[in-house]
Design a protein around this ligand. Structure first.
Ligand code: GTP
Ligand code: MG
Length: 317
């Protein structure tokens, strides 16, 4: 499995280098002026939201990120070199928490300093005064900072497909987008979310297919509901219901109930209800849902009704 959506890492910015105490040495001058250089600044730890990544997998293996220390100052007013900063790349949609407080939420390709490097100390060259021309005083660099960070990825997609296992979510995603997720006749084929890009002449949008939800998922049944976090940011939810099951309307209601138990805000999003697998039924079979919801009837497998659905999605988002 190469999809990971939670990780904990430790970051440490570099210490500042110490300032230096030194004096000029010249022939015939017994004690020259102070010429101790400054310490360099410690490197920062920077996090970058990167659109080419889609998992926090790397952080399962590497958990510690330490930026370089600044070098100490030297004689002849030579400043120490600054420590190198390090840049940690995370997928877009990654929120960074420190002590349970949200530090940053990377929804765009941006960078942010999460721990600043220590400052370099000043050398004794800075401390000469008319009354003290030979100061031995220098400053030590300040220490870098250590933070334990928690990374939580919530994918960014325009449309989220939710449904029971086997409803045909992955089949639909593979038909409408560039993604080719695994499709099979057994439940829980999809264990981690898939993203696909739907390209139309006039619009492009991202669709997420998440693992199937079952009754009691809010109590941890099946794969639980933690994957629902990946549809929290979508603009629209597509409920995909297998119309060939015993009670499709009941399935829709149960699904809605599970989502509500996870986060009632999900049901405030615009929603389309799509009945799939109409190829398995005799023609003309239709449900009427109680709500005034847009309802579609498709065969993701054969393609029937799919074009109309995609056009509708494009209009909605
Ligand atoms: N007859 C028919 N079968 C379909 C249709 N769409 C999907 N299927 C079949 O239903 C089964 C499940 O399809 P998937 O796309 O893997 O379903 P899923 O919702 O992604 O399932 P999970 O990943 O397990 O949650 C596969 O055998 C598909 O071939 C359809 O429109 N008609
Ligand atoms: Mg699937």
């Amino acid at each position: 499995m190469n999809f990971v959506d939670e990780a904990e890492i430790v970051v440490h910015s570099g210490n500042g280098g110490d300032g230096c105490t030194s004096f000029r040495r010249e022939k015939y001058v017994p004690r020259g002026g102070p010429n101790g250089g400054d310490g360099g600044n410690g490197g920062d730890v920077i996090i970058e939201g990167n659109e080419n990544l889609s998992t926090l997998l790397d952080f399962k293996y590497k958990k510690s990120y330490i930026a370089e220390n600044g070098k100490n100052g030297q004689g002849k007013k030579k400043s120490g070199r600054d420590g190198e900063s390090i840049i940690i790349k995370v997928p877009l949609g990654t929120a960074v928490y420190w002590n349970d407080a949200l530090l940053y939420d990377f929804v765009k390709s941006e960078r942010a300093v999460v721990t600043k490097g220590g400052r370099g100390g000043r050398g004794n060259a800075h401390f000469a005064t008319p009354t003290n021309r030979a100061p031995v005083k220098f400053e030590k660099g300040t220490r870098g900072e250590e933070k334990n960070l928690r990374l939580v990825l919530k994918l960014i997609a325009d449309v989220g497909i939710v449904g029971y296992p086997n409803a045909g979510k992955s089949t639909l995603l593979s038909r409408i987008s560039d993604a080719s997720p695994k499709v099979a006749e057994y439940p829980f084929t999809t264990l981690t979310p898939n993203l696909g890009i739907v390209k139309l002449d006039f619009k492009k949008f991202v669709v997420a297919d998440i693992p199937g939800v079952i009754d009691g998922a809010h109590r941890g049944r099946g794969l639980g509901l933690t994957f629902l976090r990946h549809i929290e940011r979508t603009k629209l939810l597509l409920f995909l219901i297998d119309i060939s099951r015993k009670n499709p309307k009941g399935d829709y209601n149960s699904l809605r109930n599970e989502l509500n138990l996870y986060n009632p805000k999900l049901l405030k999003k615009p929603r389309l209800v799509v009945f799939n697998k109409i190829d398995l039924l005799s023609r003309g079979f239709r449900f009427r849902l109680d709500e005034e919801l847009q309802t579609f009837y498709i065969s993701a497998f054969k393609g029937e009704g799919v074009r109309e659905l995609v056009n509708r999605l494009a209009l909605e988002i």
